[in-house]
Ligand binder design. Structure first.
Ligand code: S3P
Length: 438
């Protein structure tokens, strides 16, 4: 990381979160809107698009493959779809920054193209496991070379004839499921995925919203190759994963009363609300409605006394991105919180079990990492310095911890907050968090 991109958060202790805010657009849906909008026939108009580095990396990749995309301008994007077979060869490797979703979903899509391509990423993405996608794609007939250890860069040889598979996922991963289904668009026959636990289903919903038949029966989703996608309007809801920082912040800070507007509450994403409610949080779901095939609501959250719980393992995949900030809730709760069944946290943008345990310990909290989770005893959060290890969600989680700290918290390596939540500092300051970026 260069000095210019090095950003540190300095957060003063105390305060309460109040007001009404809309956090930026959903990252998962923003990625898919670019991918499917590009492959559709006709013009796709997107509103609420996340102008963060991750979804912009996906947008740049499709521009590099010949798709005419206007924007983003204040969350608006207009895509001239090229159809399933209209992408053209990129002239250089597609650089996807920090974005695991871009790389894993694109691997599936590009495996079925007539041209060769190469996918690269930053230091963190280049360490993340990619065999989870290249293995099933190889069974479909794809040719993909990984670096040693099964990580990026991925070199994809085009012109392969893909055949449909029935893939039983070894782990609960929406990225793997989506990768296989997207390759299935180009495969001969009917591709099916079966997942061990429910994961986000935005790909299935958006495909259907564009007129592509996806048959879902329990844990199995199937589609037939070689159909058509019809362009449509996509309204991206606010990201519940970004809202989660405020759900926890307002819960732990006495006197808080905050409304988060237009948040996506797809049932495959709402584990954070269920877990916080089990801990005693005061969260109300207001104006529940459906927008373009995705459920949306305003969330009102008020301060509450939280208690430690054993987190039900069934909720883990439904809250997989929210554990950094849920660990902060646990640190502020009365009693012990135990998380198990969350080994996937070790292969996110950082090892979120180790990095969060280190940071909590640095702030005086008794947090014991385990191979698949953490044991946290609630206590007083002290002042101190923590390192986010370039992980956006860890940086924002520790920023919220300051609401209950006895002194300032300094957080190092925060530049990647821009991958999912541009303007976090300004928005959080507006609600009452005394955070500054330096
Ligand atoms: C995502 C799936 C999840 C999640 C990631 C976004 C997606 O990853 O952690 O932030 O958009 O499909 P896994 O599939 O690795 O669980």
């Amino acid at each position: 990381m260069t000095a210019a991109t090095h950003i540190r958060f300095l957060v003063q202790p105390g305060g309460a979160l109040t007001g009404r805010i809309r956090v930026p657009g959903d990252k998962s849906i923003s990625h898919r809107s670019i991918m499917l909008g590009s492959l559709a026939e006709g013009v796709t108009e997107i509103s609420g698009f996340l102008e963060g580095e991750d979804s912009l990396a996906t947008l740049a990749a499709f521009r590099a493959m010949g798709v005419h995309i206007e924007g983003p301008y204040q969350g608006h994007v207009r895509i001239q779809g090229v159809g399933l077979h209209g992408l053209t060869a990129p002239s250089q490797p597609l650089y996807l920054g920090n974005s695991g979703t871009s790389m894993r979903l694109l691997a599936g899509l590009l495996a079925g193209q007539a041209f060769d391509s190469e996918l690269t990423g930053d230091e963190s993405l280049s360490k993340r496991p990619m065999r989870r996608v290249t293995d099933p794609l190889a069974v479909m007939g794809a040719h993909i070379e990984t670096a040693e250890g099964g990580s990026a860069p991925l070199k994809i040889t085009g012109g392969q004839k893909l055949k449909a598979i029935n893939y039983v996922l070894p782990m609960a991963s929406a990225q793997v499921k989506s990768c296989v289904l997207l390759a299935g668009l180009y495969a001969d026959g009917r591709t099916c995925t079966t997942e061990p636990a429910p994961t986000r289903d935005h790909t299935e919903r958006m495909l259907r919203g564009m007129g592509y038949q996806v048959d879902v029966d329990g844990a199995t989703a199937c589609l037939q190759g070689d159909g058509h996608l019809q362009a449509t309007a996509i309204d991206v809801p606010a990201d519940i994963s970004s809202a989660a920082f405020f759900l926890v912040g307002a819960s732990i800070a006495t006197g808080s009363d905050l409304v988060l507007e237009h948040v996506g509450i797809n049932p495959t994403r709402t584990g954070v609300i269920d877990i916080l409610k089990l801990m005693g949080a005061d969260i109300e779901i207001l104006n529940a409605r459906e927008v373009g095939g995705e459920p949306v609501a305003d969330l009102q959250v008020r301060a509450a006394t939280l208690r430690g719980i054993d987190i039900p393992p069934a909720l883990v995949p439904l809250a997989i991105d929210e554990f950094p900030v849920l660990f902060i809730a646990a640190a502020c709760a009365q009693g012990r919180t135990v998380l198990t069944g969350a080994e996937e946290l070790r292969v996110k943008e950082s090892d979120r079990i180790q990095v969060m345990a280190d940071g909590l310990q640095a702030l005086g909290i008794d947090a014991q990492p385990t191979p698949d989770g953490m044991i946290i005893d609630g206590g007083a959060i002290g002042s101190g310095q923590v390192n986010s290890h370039g992980d956006h969600r860890i940086a924002m989680a520790f920023a919220m911890a300051a609401l209950r700290a006895t002194g300032p918290i300094e957080i190092d390596d925060c530049a990647n907050v821009n991958t999912s939540f541009p303007a976090f500092v300004e928005l959080a300051r507006g609600t009452g968090l005394d955070v500054k970026a330096q």
